[in-house]
Write a new protein. Sequence first.
Length: 126
Amino acid sequence: MQLTVLKCKLHRACVTHSELDYEGSCAIDVDLMKLAGIHEYEQIQIYNVTNGERFTTYAIQAEAGSRVISVNGAAAHKASPGDRVIICAYAMLDVEEMKQFKPSLVYLDEANRVLRTGHIIPTQAA
């Protein structure tokens, strides 16, 4: 059996650009991509914390160190500069692989600086 699991995420990234007249995709600072484990052209899910939109696109590289998160093409209608988003990538793993797998979690501030990284999401209390 194959399970679809969270591979990695950039948590509460801040959208820096929204480019409607672009081919498409989401440009992400290549340093942030590497830290999270997101590959160029990999499918990503974007969850807009600011307005509730959820959409699928793919990642492309933005300049290293730029802290750019640019939502492009049709998706630009779903996110604006200043919006906080969660950018996730998923993987297919079998049950045995799941036993040792931990996602890569990168937490960002409002300027897309890394606050911390981790591999475990805390249990939610009631």
